[in-house]
Design a protein around this ligand. Structure first.
Ligand code: SAM
Length: 204
């Protein structure tokens, strides 16, 4: 996966490549799907949700520019795979999932695999996670109509937020840095994610 999908498409950060070599992606999906675990696509994980394509996980992780000391908030735990990749690269990871069954499953998986620095929270991530804010990095892994202001408020000065932003059917992956309290946006690749549903996201 790393040699055939990620490096040829330009993923360069060796720490990201090593993390994605290490995390056992197949263990983050239901048994019947596992033969396709390392294929170049998003895959169903139940409850109508998906584990993102490996390349998209790599792009988002690389954009976060993690050095190892960061506290990271992920919104959209899904399978827990992205959280495990983040845990390989940062100090602490808080990850929120709105579907209780997925949150419970991911928490169990991550604990079994020894990811003790990942904290899984069940709830509406469109409100962020004020209890542990501010965060050095925030990653939204579901499609947001816009970055909720309450989430942007929870980003540390100089911190980076990465999110798919746009319509319900297609989005642009955006990377923004907080500079003097405001988000300075850079636009990245087009992408397609399941919707971010909640008080400051899409309504159902
Ligand atoms: N990062 C995940 C992984 O590694 O498997 C993939 C995330 S999946 C593309 C998007 C997830 O966002 C889904 O599990 C969905 O239930 C969740 N989600 C959608 N709206 C949410 C919200 N308001 N708060 C938290 N999670 C949300």
């Amino acid at each position: 996966m790393v040699d055939t999908q990620l490096i040829p498409r330009g993923i360069k950060d060796q720490r990201v490549l090593n993390a994605m070599r290490k995390v056992p992606r197949h263990l983050f999906m239901p048994e019947p799907i596992r033969p396709s675990a390392y294929a170049d696509m998003a895959l169903p994980i139940g409850e109508g949700q998906t584990i993102s394509q490996p390349y998209m996980v790599a792009v988002m992780t690389e954009l976060l520019d993690l050095k190892g000391q960061e506290r990271v908030l992920e919104i959209g735990t899904g399978s827990g795979y992205q959280a495990a990749v983040l845990a390989e690269l940062a100090e602490e990871v808080y990850t929120i999932e709105r579907i209780p069954e997925l949150a419970a499953q991911s928490a169990r998986r991550l604990a079994e695999l020894g990811y003790g620095t990942v904290h899984v929270i069940t709830g509406d991530g469109t409100k962020g996670y004020r209890e542990k804010a501010p965060f050095d990095r925030i990653l939204i892994t579901a499609a947001a109509p816009e970055i909720p202001a309450v989430v942007a408020d929870q980003l540390e000065e100089g911190g980076i937020i990465v999110a798919p932003v746009g319509g319900r059917l297609s989005q642009i992956l955006v990377r923004s840095k907080k500079v003097r309290g405001l988000l300075a946006q850079e636009y990245q690749v087009p992408c397609v994610f399941v919707p971010l549903i909640g008080e400051y996201g899409w309504k159902g």
